[in-house]
Design a protein around this ligand. Sequence first.
Ligand SMILES: C[S@@+](CC[C@H](N)C(=O)[O-])C[C@H]1O[C@@H](n2cnc3c(N)ncnc32)[C@H](O)[C@@H]1O
Length: 293
Amino acid sequence: MSGDSFLQWEHSNPPEMDDEQFSLWQTAIEVRTGMQFPEQRRIFLQSSIRTRMKEIHCDCFQSYYEQLQIGPSSEQEWTVLTDRLTVQETHFFRHPPSFELAKEKVREWFINDPDKKSVQAWSVGCSTGEEPYSLAITLDEQIQAMHLSKDHYFGITATDLSMPALNKANTGIYKEKKVKQQISETRQKAYFDQLENHNFQVKPLLRERICFARINALNLSATPLKDLDIIFCQNMLIYFSKWRRREIVNHLANRLQVGGIMILGLGEVMDWTNPKLKRVPSDKVLAFMRHCH
Ligand SMILES: C[S@@+](CC[C@H](N)C(=O)[O-])C[C@H]1O[C@@H](n2cnc3c(N)ncnc32)[C@H](O)[C@@H]1O
């Protein structure tokens, strides 16, 4: 498109997505990414695509759509667009009862099995890192509270589709306001360093327990992770249709070791069962324990 037409958009109304275009985009996005955009999310879809179009100086939904279908950069452009279509909103200890359950389970495992030395966890759809860091704090506190020997440890793999989110997560740097609002003073002192610009950074001792990686939840068969004790998957399944959610959680169930737990967001999977899993009885948490091979 010409620079002139882009300038024109700057000074006139931005392009509107008609019904036909909306349906075209809905289908293309679902086929490509598995994400669903029903009518109630139409405005979000339109404005996210429009923002991206503006960045690359494109003023027509149809020509942007065509760019995404063919051309050398279409693969990379899909990555950027997918990133714009997901919401990375998150916070530390977002759902406290879920972290409580993880804490109780770790306690139980170490008490019941004196040979157990480590806990391995996976945060799926970890966004900018608040969820895996909260889990790391929970596990570290529990191991310390039990006065376990130094050879007890934990490791967390934290994955997401969004590279910008993962890059931020990897730094472990968060705004002062966020940390002060979401983390108790005791935990701030124990697990964060205050930087000169007032931001807070997660201490290296905790950061080195987490490995961040880009993994598409729709392509879990390519992941080598297995025999996990804890899988956290919250506020990510909401993007997907009912059958895709089930497909994802069935994949995740296979990655748990016997006795391991999968903690989901309340209401994120309904009417679903898996022969290897038992629901953890609780009305505050949606969690399942693997009970057999
Ligand atoms: C709303 S955040 C939830 C973050 C965190 N789990 C929590 O509950 O606070 C949803 C995350 O899911 C990620 N996501 C969306 N689709 C994904 C996919 N197909 N594979 C992996 N991550 C995905 C987004 O990039 C985003 O960071």
